[in-house]
Design a protein around this ligand. Structure first.
Ligand code: PMP
Length: 382
């Protein structure tokens, strides 16, 4: 009983429970937090708080151990097939993580004549640091081409022996589509791929073995954990030298503990079911919008069958009204307690040129909330 399962999960989110008249529809910006994650943080800070350090007293040693356990927790969460060979570094989020891979891992290796491949219609956080690193090294950047469905067009992508990195995104933060990274891997065997998993981590199961990528970078705050959390997973001991496996600086102990608790919570809830729930909500919204002529859904061809929409939408649906500006639409919806994001969504140089309204759903959202949104939108369908 999927609905009963969902009701049980929804009840665990204090922000949601305290605001029954509000529909929070902006989880791609940041997720709400389940009580179990908040409890883990409070328990740690009230019974275990100490800086991580080596060997001096038990509180500190326990913190160190918790952080090592969190690294292993992430390896398991990602289905790491060779956990002894991978590195996990905790960072403040995807932006810092992607920049660290670009500046601290890639840049020192770049030589004249190298090139990197960068997705310019994805999030700026996954293009700017790569361009900066390439500029500093004086090498060229090629854009990863897209097809009409905003998927990477692997048929028009070429790699060379001098291609040093493919920066790719797992799930697109505007279109909600799975970018089919395995197709990039198929035409680029051996080329390092860095995966921006900011919108997939905690939303769909991630298997690094299946994806065959070299780096996975994400933000914890979009996946039930506290703000200021995230990680870089890297295979084959490839992690950036900055903040190496030992300790440089004080780690975000309570944040890392929240991330481990979030992974426990997500696994217990069931990522497969979470993914199906979010997709079904996204499809419900897309189908409702497709019946209203005033709205254009971005990245969605109306000819798509229901099946491929299910496949394409991971709980993120972005649209525009043909005459009401997206910012105005965002304010109108907010006055109805429908909290969406309305702007240009930090897309890179090849992204959308005008603002749009993004609705992003997570497991605490309900079909009734989607219908309430559709109802509000239908009043403006003229
Ligand atoms: N990549 C993608 C795909 C994102 O959606 C975001 C967050 N909007 C980021 C990177 C950056 O994440 P953060 O702001 O948490 O660093």
């Amino acid at each position: 009983d999927l609905a009963g399962w969902q009701r049980g999960l929804r009840a665990q989110f204090p922000m949601i429970a305290a605001n029954p008249d509000v529909a929070y529809l902006d989880s791609a910006a940041t997720s709400q937090k389940p009580q179990a994650v908040l409890d883990a943080v409070i328990t740690y800070l009230t019974t275990g708080n100490a800086n991580a350090a080596r060997g001096t007293y038990p509180w500190a040693n326990r913190t160190t151990a918790r952080i090592e356990q969190a690294r292993d927790r992430l390896r398991r969460f990602l289905g790491d097939p060779a956990p002894a060979e991978s590195t996990v570094q905790f960072v403040s989020g995807a932006t810092e993580g992607l920049r660290a891979v670009a500046r601290d891992w890639l840049l020192p290796q770049l030589r004249d004549g190298d090139e990197i491949l960068v997705p310019f219609a994805d999030h700026n956080a996954n293009s700017m640091p790569w361009v900066e690193a390439a500029t500093m090294a004086g090498i060229s950047v090629r854009a990863i081409p897209y097809d009409a469905a905003h998927d990477y067009d692997h048929r028009r992508l070429t790699v060379s022996p001098r291609t040093r990195m493919i920066a790719a995104t797992h799930v697109h933060h505007v279109y909600g589509s799975d970018m089919n990274v395995h197709r990039l891997r198929a035409i680029a065997p051996g080329v390092p791929i860095c995966l921006d998993a900011a919108q997939s981590f905690g939303h769909i199961p991630i298997s690094v073995a299946e994806l065959d990528v070299d780096f996975v970078v994400f933000s914890g705050h979009k996946a039930m954990a506290l703000p200021g959390t995230g990680a870089i997973w890297a295979r084959n001991r490839r992690g950036p030298a900055y903040r190496p496996a030992g300790w440089i600086g004080s780690p975000n102990t309570s944040g890392i503990i929240s991330l481990a608790a979030a992974m426990d919570w997500l696994d217990a809830a069931g990522l497969d079911r979470i993914a199906r729930w979010n997709q079904a909500l996204g499809v419900r919204l897309t189908e409702g919008l497709s019946k209203m002529p005033a709205y254009e859904v971005l990245g969605c061809q109306r000819s798509l069958t229901a099946d491929s929409m299910v496949q394409q939408r991971h709980g993120i649906v972005t649209f525009r009204h043909h005459s009401i500006g997206s910012n105005d639409l965002g304010f109108i919806l907010a006055s109805d307690g429908l909290l969406v994001r309305a702007d240009d969504h930090c897309q890179g140089a090849q992204g959308e040129k005008t603002a749009s309204v993004r609705v992003s759903l997570h497991v605490y959202n309900t079909p009734e909330e989607v219908d309430r949104l559709l109802e509000a939108l239908s009043r403006l369908d003229h």
